[in-house]
Design a protein around this ligand. Structure first.
Ligand code: PBG
Ligand code: ZN
Length: 323
């Protein structure tokens, strides 16, 4: 009666024995948004459950995260002042350097990653310095600044750097800058294959980082390109990245598998703001079983080839995994 596939699905214990992909709280990195002040924890409408927080609130949040078994965070900064180059990001008293110092002082056991980019810090909202003639981000000047930013984060005590600007040669430039400053043991997780995606919309509300004019198509990738997606990650592997990434995640699972199969480094996916908000809003509308859809989505990332999942859902996932 039962055939060769179904006979293995009848007993739940056997189903567990045969499960090919597993999720663990150890797979997750949780994003946090830092701003100056104290006692500030402001929810942003487009991302229910995600907050802009002052540093003291981030330090408090880390206690909750550790209780859930989450020991890794990625920090984004919302500076008090923006300028044409994004000076706050390269200053030892800037929002991120300060956040890293305070979080590491209170939580030496927390693995702190910083997003390395300029779009939150520039008054024009682009991911580097603008070339006045070409009216696009100047690649090589931005590389110098990325290396400076990396050293500032390193001196503040960060545990891993995650450059997200999609500049050509950014991994080599940052690695060289870190090595010259003596930070030879600081790993780099590259946003190696990052698409120019409409799924980043809600993030730009939270991080206050929308480009003033134009878009990011001259540095982020065309969502239509598969060969180029592989080539970008392969290049970063050669330049010395320690971990690669595909971003966004959900609409790009084919690329996740392609990158996994064409590189030998650990691979992260960024389950981005738009993906998160879609599930939240669908749940609010009563049209999905939120927990079930969320867990199925996380499992899909692992199955596609992700080793690490950066997700705003991390705490909710951890709660379910604890049950
Ligand atoms: C900065 C950065 C962005 C995200 C992560 N790092 C925004 C962008 O590239 O516009 C997006 C994350 C998300 O949507 O959750 N370059
Ligand atoms: Zn950026």
């Amino acid at each position: 009666m039962f055939t060769r596939f179904r006979r293995k699905r009848i007993n739940p214990v056997l189903r567990n024995l045969l499960q090919e992909t597993h999720l663990s709280v150890n797979d997750f990195i949780y994003p946090l948004f830092a701003k100056s002040g104290s006692g500030i924890k402001e929810e942003v409408g487009s991302m229910p459950g995600v907050f802009q927080m002052s540093i003291d609130e981030i330090v408090k949040e880390c206690y909750d995260l550790k209780k859930l078994g989450i020991y890794s965070i990625i920090l984004f900064g919302i500076p008090d002042t923006k300028d044409s180059v994004g000076s706050d990001a390269m200053c030892e008293h800037g929002i991120i350097a300060q956040t890293v110092r305070e979080v590491k002082a209170a939580h030496p056991d927390m693995f702190v990653v910083t997003d390395l980019c300029f779009c939150e810090y520039t008054d024009h909202g682009h991911c580097g310095v603008i070339d006045p003639i070409l009216q696009t981000v100047d690649n090589d000047i931005t590389l110098d600044n990325l290396a400076k930013q990396a050293v500032v984060h390193a001196k503040a005590g960060v545990d891993m750097i995650a450059p997200s600007g999609m500049m050509d040669g950014m991994i080599q430039a940052i690695r060289r800058g870190l090595d010259e400053a003596g930070f030879v043991n600081l790993p780099i997780m590259s946003y190696s294959t990052k698409f120019s995606s409409a799924y980043y919309g809600p993030f730009r509300d939270v991080a206050e980082s929308s480009p003033g004019k134009g878009d990011r198509k001259s540095y982020q990738m065309n969502p239509a390109n598969r060969n180029e997606a592989i080539a970008e990650s392969v290049a970063d592997e050669k330049e010395g990245a320690d971990i690669l990434m595909v971003k966004p995640a959900l609409a790009y699972l084919d690329i996740v598998r392609d990158v996994k199969n064409n590189t030998s480094l650990p691979l992260a996916v960024y389950n981005v703001s738009g993906e998160y908000s879609m599930l939240k809003m669908a749940a609010k509308a009563g049209v999905i079983d939120y927990d079930a859809v969320m867990m199925e989505t996380m499992m899909a990332f692992k199955r596609a080839g992700a080793d690490i999942i950066i997700s705003y859902h991390a705490k909710e996932v951890a709660e379910i995994l604890q049950k």
